[in-house]
Structures are given as C-alpha cells and as structure tokens.
Design a protein around this ligand. Sequence first.
Ligand SMILES: NC(=O)c1ccc[n+]([C@@H]2O[C@H](COP(=O)([O-])OP(=O)(O)OC[C@H]3O[C@@H](n4cnc5c(N)ncnc54)[C@H](O)[C@@H]3O)[C@@H](O)[C@H]2O)c1
Length: 353
Amino acid sequence: MAKIRVALIGVGNCASALVQGLQYYGRSAKDKAHIGLKNPVLGGLRPEDIEVVAAFDVDERKVGKDLSEAVLAPPNDVPRLADLASSNIVVNKGPTLDGLGEYTKKVVHVSDRQDANVALVLKENEADIVLNLLPSGATKASQWYAEESMLAGSAFVNVTPNFIASNAEWAKKYENAGLPLVGDDLIDQVGATTLHKTLLNLLSMNGVHITETYQLDVGGGTESLDTLERTRDMKRNVKTKSVESALPYPAAVVAGSTDYVDFMQNRRDSYFWIRGVYFCNVPMQMDLKLSTVDAPNAGSVLLDLIRAVKLAKDRQMKGAVLPICAYAFKHPPQLMPLETAEKLFADFIAGEA
Ligand SMILES: NC(=O)c1ccc[n+]([C@@H]2O[C@H](COP(=O)([O-])OP(=O)(O)OC[C@H]3O[C@@H](n4cnc5c(N)ncnc54)[C@H](O)[C@@H]3O)[C@@H](O)[C@H]2O)c1
C-alpha cells in the first residue's frame, strides 16, 4: 500500500504531537496495543501508512533543521512522547504574512532564510494532503497556503479556526480544482466542546431544563498566547455556536478560551458550569474541571482525518467533504448532532456516504 504523503504547514506543538505520534504508533511499535487511538485501523489504513514528506515554518530554530529536531525546538513545549530518529526532512521557510501577532513575535524568532516556493516543494514531494497547523490568528497566511496547496494538487486540511472549508467560496474553488477540502477548527479527542455538548445533551434528554452554562479554559503554549491577543472572540464565537447546537431550546451559553498562563506550558484546564431545573422546577448545578495537554489531544483526530481525506482523494471527491468536516471539526459547513456526525463519518468510511 502506498504511503499517505502529508505536508505540515507550521511545525508547532500540534505538528510535534503528530510527528511523535507517528513514531509512537508506527511500524516499530506494531506489537504494542494501540492504546490511546480511537481508530487503530480506518478504512483499511493504519497510522504507519502516513508519512510526512515536507514541512514549513518561520522560526530560525526550526527552519533548515531536520524535522525530528524542529518538532522539539522552543518555543514548542509539548512533552516528549517518543524517541525520534532523523527524518531526512528539512523544514522549509514559508512566508510569514500574518503568522505572528504582537505577542507571539516576542517568542518566535523569524529566520532570515529565503522563502521556499511552497507549491513547488509540495508538488516535488507529491504531497497528497496539506495540514494547516498555523496559529489561529494567521488568517491571510492560512488562505495563502490553501492557494499553494490547490496549485500543487494537494487536499487541504484546515486545523485552525479560520473559516476556509466552511466558506462557500473556498469550497467552490476546491470543487473546481477537483480536490477535497476539510475544516474548520479541529475537535480534540477529549475536547472541552464535545464534553460540554455531551453533558448538555444527556441532561436535556433526561428532562432537565438548562438555563445557563459556560465553559472557559486557561492554557500555556504559543497558541494560547496568540488566542489571548488575536482570536479570543473568534474562538468564543465558534465554540459557543457549537455548544448551543446541543440544546433543543435557547439558553444562556458562553464557551471559549479565557487566558494564557505561561507556566502551564502545553497544559490546558477547562472549567464547566451548568445550571438548570428538573422535576417541579427544583434547581441543579454542575461545576467541573478537565485537565489535558493540548497538542496530544489533537493527535488521534488528526490521524483519523488524514486517513479519511486520503480515502476522499482516492475516491475523487472534491470541495468540502461534509462527513469528514462534521466528524472532526468544530465549525464544519453544516453543524449537526454528534451522533449524526459519527454515523455520517462511519458511512463515509464504509463507502456509503
Ligand atoms: N489540540 C490542539 O492543539 C488544537 C485543537 C484544535 C485546533 N488547533 C489549532 O491548530 C493550530 C496549531 O496549534 P499549535 O498549538 O500547534 O500552535 P503553535 O503556535 O504551537 O504552532 C504554530 C507554528 O506555526 C509557525 N508559523 C507561524 N507563522 C507561520 C507561517 N507564515 N508559515 C509557516 N509557519 C508559521 C510557528 O512558528 C509555529 O511553529 C492552531 O490554529 C490551533 O488553534 C489545535
């Protein structure tokens, strides 16, 4: 079976978790149980069928370095998950555009190397799939890489909360190019949004009337810093809409990131508050905290969607691929209940949707 050839745009914490995860679950670990993966095999494909073939960043501690070294370079602060051998992939310099904000400029050291011809590098390396792992504030840069990916004939996966797959114009462009497009804003494996929706769904299914609820989180990592400055409102909007969709009636809902705490590094604490009434209008409330490490929380979903996008590409699907978008992203072109999205995805993998 030919490998699934993936290019990484941004060698930050998320990319680090993915590259380390590929080693952890790769061929050499074959006899290990695939503990921690939702789908060890998906559509006949395994994590070891995935190969990173190119990578782009702007930081001088990553550009020009072997990928195995770059994924562990500061300011990345994801824990070490696997021992990485040299990959023979040298990180290319991409154009910075709006990749860095006022806050992140202080922690990312921009390399003075020349920008690579991104479309050419993607083409030469026969990248099936381009993963956009840029900071959430990188709106123009995300769109720029989406163009380059299209020029190179690669499918595009938008992990960031910028609206690309959910934007009808971009979906049309990819449809015209005959390429699959998926996004926007990845759902984590143990995601605060998913947990929040599941709790609300469970309570309302049992007749509880929710009156108000919030989910707020604090984290370290460069992405939390960028969120603090540039994308708090955008993320809050996406998460709040997604959580609201779990209730069959309107309620006061707030969901989104709140703050950056540097010493937390890549850790994230999410706080949930739910208030409602049940039998005879008797009040109930719930107060919970979830602690996770951010980047590894994306790993299992990334492995699923890379394999799913490969299937979509092989089946010559074009434009936004709804079953993958609804399964793996918080802001798909069309929001739907979690169980509906799971079913649609399972049918798609089985070749029935
Ligand atoms: N669990 C998760 O980690 C998770 C879940 C959902 C969505 N996301 C999204 O994934 C994205 C990546 O998250 P992260 O934690 O890895 O962020 P990060 O800040 O650790 O990494 C971003 C990387 O992009 C690089 N970069 C900046 N501008 C660039 C440019 N123009 N060209 C190439 N590289 C550039 C930075 O140097 C950095 O290495 C974010 O948009 C985040 O919102 C992550």
